[in-house]
Each structure stands twice: as structure tokens, then as C-alpha cells.
Design a binder for this molecule. Structure first.
Ligand code: PMV
Length: 350
């Protein structure tokens, strides 16, 4: 029998930071949404600037969890604590229960409460995978607060058990693949030093999207194009993987943009349909095509939201950002790039 996981320290307050990620091959549709078990393999680039910061402090035996959300950050600093919406509190507490259950199978079961305070450095629920960074930061903070220092595979499997599949991929830096089927942890295929790319996020909407990605996953199978999508995906993922290994930016960009459009083709043809795009999305997509006809290599992809992630190489980043900022519907551009793994340190900073 495997020996139980040992803690590395006494329970105590910690602060964790976890990156978001942008999917080059998307997780969309699940055989089981609770686990979740995806229909297809997905592959993402871990981001650097878009991250969730989460402090966890231990409370007494049986004490109720306290959940705080910090206001939108101003100038990179978190704002004042606010009571989060009830759905957020409920989902967070359910995940903390799961983590306490997990600790019962370790050498140091934990049954106390947690005081959690968290914020994102970017707009929430707007197609920038806030559930990926949020649940990874929460999982890392709560387990470190219980005294553990998780290996990335364990962090990936536990973060994903929140129900957010993209959270499986935020446990690693660089380029990360999450297998389909029951395999429950994501694996790193290249680390963050292997190839630095930029993700310039053209923010055209700052509000939360109207249809959650959970509902989008649920409807995916109702699209008549879902089966052809699955049939094409292995080949597309192979192209992305090969381009990453060969540092072939055009090969990567072609496959990534094709995939970004395909996700929305499925969403718009689902029953009932889901329209994440707004006129701003279309304007940015046209600007990216214009950049390419001007000889600048830039490619677009969108998650479940209106905002457009424009992938380019560092040497072109300023030119691309200037063009995006010149579009009337772009409120601002988040300049991000390939990032490293999540981290934690002792002390509750929030
Ligand atoms: O992790 P979830 O359940 O929020 O789903 C993520 C869905 C996409 O962001 C659209 C794609 C992906 O793989 O990140």
C-alpha cells in the first residue's frame, strides 16, 4: 500500500498565487461534468500576469469557513474585502470540504475551518479562465495552510476536482496538456523557459458573461458539429504539439486560431445557442487578420467569453498592442506572456 502523504509543516497561514492559462486546444463538453471528465484532450499556455492571489488561515475545529473577496485591484494592489456572491461562497466551501476529505487520506487529517481571502489581477468570468487560476490558488493555499507542499500532479488533480477542468492545467508553468478520459491530472509538455510567447488580451467586455462555461459544456453535445469537431481534434492537437516542439510560430498560430473559432462554432450551434461574441470580438478578429496581411504574425483565440487573446512573439508585441488599442471597442489590452507555476509562501497577506 502507498504510504500516506506527509505534511511538511504545522498548519498555519499562507498566501498562494496561481496563474490563469489560455487554451490552444480547448476543453469543451464533458462526459461527466462533476469530476469533470472531458471528451477531448486540451492543451494550454500558462499565463504570467493574469493570476489569482489567495490567503488561507486556519480556524478552529468545526468552525465555519469564512470567505472574503477583495474589490477589484487598483494599480495592481487588492482593494477592500467584500462579501462575495452566494454562488461563489457555496462553490468555494464545497471545494474546501473536498480538500478536508482528501486530508483524511493523508498522515495529517484536518478538520478545522479556513479563513479565505482572494482576488484576481484581471476581470473575472470574462473568458480569461478565472476559475482555473482561482481554484488552483484556493487548492494550493488551503493544502499549504493544512501543512502540505503538493507535487504539481496532485495539485492538478485536486484543483480539477472543483469542477473546473481548466484548473487541471494551471498547476504547471509553460505548456500543459490535460488528457481526456479518466486520467485526472495534467502534465507539462514544455516549461516556461522553452519558448516565450505573448498573449495580448483585447478586453472588449469587463462584465461577467451571461452563460457560464458550465452551461456551455452541458450544451456542447447538442451541436450537430460536435462529433466532427471531436474527429478533427486529435490532428489539430498534434499540429499544436509539433509546432511547440519545433518553435514553428505560423504552424502554431494557424492551428490555434482555427481551434478558437471552432469552439464558438460549437457554442453558437448548440441548442439553445450560446453567443459569447459581441461586435467588439468581430472587430478585433478583423484587426488581427489585417495585422497578418501587413506582415505581422498574430493569431487570435477566445475562451468562453467575448475578449480576444492575441498570441504573438515578443518582438511584435508592441506593434500588436498598438493596433489592438486603436480599435474603438477595445477598452484596454492586458499584456501577458508565458508564465511559471503557482507558488505559495508563509503568512496571510490578504
Ligand atoms: O474550466 P471550465 O469548466 O471553466 O471550462 C473551460 C472552458 C474554456 O475556457 C472555454 C476552454 C479551456 O480549455 O480552458
Amino acid at each position: 500500500m502507498e504510504s500516506p502523504i506527509e505534511p511538511v509543516r504545522e498548519p498555519g497561514p499562507v498566501t498562494a498565487e496561481a496563474p490563469s492559462n489560455i487554451a490552444f486546444i480547448k476543453y469543451w463538453g464533458a462526459r461527466d461534468l462533476e469530476e469533470p471528465v472531458p471528451f477531448n484532450r486540451s492543451l494550454s499556455m500558462t499565463l504570467d500576469a493574469c493570476r489569482s492571489v489567495c490567503s488561507a488561515s486556519p480556524l478552529g475545529e468545526g468552525e465555519e469557513d469564512e470567505i472574503w473577496w477583495l474589490d477589484k485591484p487598483a494599480g495592481g494592489r487588492p482593494g477592500r474585502p467584500a462579501a462575495p456572491p452566494p454562488a461563489f461562497v457555496e462553490r468555494t466551501k464545497r471545494h474546501l470540504d473536498r480538500l478536508r476529505d482528501w486530508s483524511r487520506r493523508t498522515a495529517a487529517p484536518y478538520s478545522g475551518g479556513f479563513r479565505i481571502a482572494t482576488y484576481n489581477t484581471f476581470p473575472t468570468a470574462a473568458g480569461i479562465a478565472s476559475s482555473a487560476s482561482g481554484f488552483t490558488a484556493l487548492t494550493l493555499a488551503a493544502t499549504a495552510c493544512m501543512g502540505f507542499d503538493l507535487a504539481p500532479r496532485t495539485l492538478s488533480a485536486l484543483s480539477r476536482s472543483s469542477g473546473s477542468g481548466s484548473a487541471a492545467r494551471s498547476a504547471w508553468g509553460g505548456y500543459v496538456e490535460w488528457p481526456d478520459g479518466d486520467a485526472n491530472a495534467a502534465v507539462q509538455i514544455l516549461d516556461e523557459r522553452a519558448w516565450e510567447l505573448c498573449d495580448l488580451i483585447a478586453v472588449v467586455e469587463t462584465g461577467a458573461k451571461k452563460v457560464s462555461s458550465r452551461d456551455g459544456h452541458r450544451r456542447a453535445e447538442s451541436s450537430p458539429y460536435f462529433a466532427p469537431r471531436l474527429a478533427a481534434l486529435d490532428g489539430r492537437l498534434e499540429r499544436v504539439r509539433a509546432a511547440l516542439h519545433a518553435r514553428d510560430f505560423k504552424g502554431l498560430g494557424d492551428a490555434v486560431e482555427e481551434e478558437g473559432i471552432d469552439l464558438h462554432l460549437i457554442a453558437m450551434s448548440s441548442r439553445p445557442p450560446v453567443y459569447y461574441w459581441t461586435p467588439g470580438t468581430i472587430e478585433v478578429l478583423a484587426a488581427v487578420r489585417c495585422l497578418r496581411s501587413d506582415g505581422v504574425a498574430a493569431y487570435a483565440t477566445m475562451d468562453a467569453g467575448a475578449n480576444v487573446h492575441v498570441i504573438c512573439q515578443p518582438a511584435d508585441a508592441e506593434k500588436v498592442a498598438d493596433r489592438l488599442e486603436a480599435q474603438g471597442s477595445v477598452k484596454y489590452v492586458v499584456r501577458d506572456r508565458t508564465g511559471g507555476p503557482p507558488v505559495w509562501r508563509g503568512g496571510a497577506e490578504l
